[in-house]
Design a protein around this ligand. Sequence first.
Ligand SMILES: Nc1ncnc2c1ncn2[C@@H]1O[C@H](COP(=O)(O)OP(=O)(O)OP(=O)(O)O)[C@@H](O)[C@H]1O
Ligand SMILES: [Mg+2]
Length: 439
Amino acid sequence: MTPPGAFRPGPGRPFPRVPAHVATTRHLGAAYPMAGEAGLGAEGVLVGRDLLGGTFVYDPFTLYRSGVLTNPNMVVFGQIGRGKSAFVKSYLWRQAVFGRRAWVVDPKGEYGPLAAARGVAPLALRPGGRVRLNPLDVAATGAPGSGGPPGEDEVWRRRSELVASLAVACLGRDLLPRERAALDAALHAATAAAVRGAPTLPQVVEALLAPEPAAAAELRTGVDRLLEDGRDVALELRRLVAGDLRGMFDGPTTPGLSLGAPLVVLDLSAVYDSPALGVLMTCAAAWLHGAVRAGGDGPVLLVVDEAWAILANLGVARWLQASWKLARAYGVANMAVLHRLSDLHAVGAAGSEQVGLAAGLLADSETRVIYGQAPGEVERAAGLLDLTSTEAELVTGLRRGVALWKVGARSFLVEHHLGAGERDIVDTDAAMAPGGGDA
Ligand SMILES: Nc1ncnc2c1ncn2[C@@H]1O[C@H](COP(=O)(O)OP(=O)(O)OP(=O)(O)O)[C@@H](O)[C@H]1O
Ligand SMILES: [Mg+2]
C-alpha cells in the first residue's frame, strides 16, 4: 500500500529522475561493507552461515599458506555469554577432523567436556597439586623452521624474557637496571646448577638470595650488594615457589605427561580467583609455548581463554606479545579470548606502552572475531580495530552466536552454528538451568 502523501506515478507524472551516483568499488566497499565479498574459499572448517549469503569456512593455516593472511593468530572479543568460548570449543572439535592438535589455557575449567569427547583428561593445576610444569622448559621446543633444538642464545633469551616478565608482573613495576642484572646473573647460576635439564624457578630464587662471588665480580660489585639488588625480585618470585601459589610451576615438569595427545588442556580453575591469575596463566602459556614441539610436528592451535587476565598486567602482556611473534616460525596459531575491546587498553592511557602493546598484539593477529559489544566499548576501540562506522554500529547490536569477522582487510558477518552433538561440549549455562549449580 502506498503511504499517504507519497509520490504516485501516473499519466503525466513520471518518476522523477535521480542523478546516477558514480563511485569506485573501493568506496562502495566502505559504504556497503561485506556486501560484495566472495568468501574465503571452501578449504578448512565450517564455522556457520555468512549472513550476507553462503557458508563461512575458515582455516588460519590454509589462509596463511595462500597469502590471504600474513599471520595465523586470532583474537576473539565479546560481552559475557555471547558465545566466544562456544565458538572456540566447537572450532577445536571440528579442526580435529583435519588432525590439528590444540593446546588450551583454561582458567575457568570449562574445556573438560571437550577434552572428554577427545578422550583426554585436562591437566588440573592447583597449589600443592600433583601436576607441576616448569615454565623454563624451553629446550624442548624446536627451532624456527628447522624442527631441531633452538640455539643456546635463543633458549637463554626466552628464559630471561620470561623471568623478567614474571618479576615485573609480581612487583607491579618495571625492573631497575640493577635488578635486571641481578636476575640475569641468577638465571646464569641456575642454568649452570641445572647441568643438563632446564633451570627451575626455585633455583633462580635461590641464586638471587645467594649470589656467587664470580657473578658479583663480573658486575664489578660485591656479593652483599648483588644480594640487595636482587632481594625484592627474589621475595616476589618466591611466592610462586614457597608461598600460597607453590606446587604448580616450581620444579621440573611432572614426568609422563602426554604431550602427543590431540588436545592438551591446562585447567587453572583452582586459582581463578587469585589476584595472581595473570602470572599463573603466563607460566602455563610459557610452558605450552616451550613444549609445543615436543608433542610432535604439524600445526597447533594454542588457545588462551580469558586472556584479559594476562593483558591487564603490563609485565606479562609484554611477554605474550613477544611470544605471539614466534607463532609462525613454530607452526602455532594463537587464539586469545577477551571480553571487552578495552581489555586491550586495560590500565593504559592514550599513548602509553599498554596501548602500544595492544596495537602490536592486534598487528600480530590478523583475524579478529568481534561478538556483541557495548556502545562505549566500540567507540574506544574502533580505531584500534579498523572498524568502519557501519561496522562499529553493527557490533553493538549482534545477538548471541553472531560475530563480525575481520580477516585481514576483509569483513564478514557470521552466525556460528552448533551441531546437535556439540551442545554438550560448549554448554556453560548448566548452572543457570533449574536445579543447576546445586552441587
Ligand atoms: N552459536 C550458538 N548457538 C546456540 N547457543 C550458543 C551459541 N554460542 C553459545 N551458545 C550458548 O551460550 C552459552 C554461553 O556461551 P559461552 O560460554 O561461549 O559464552 P562466552 O562468550 O564465552 O561467555 P564468558 O564471557 O562468560 O566466558 C553456552 O551455554 C552456549 O551453549
Ligand atoms: Mg567464555
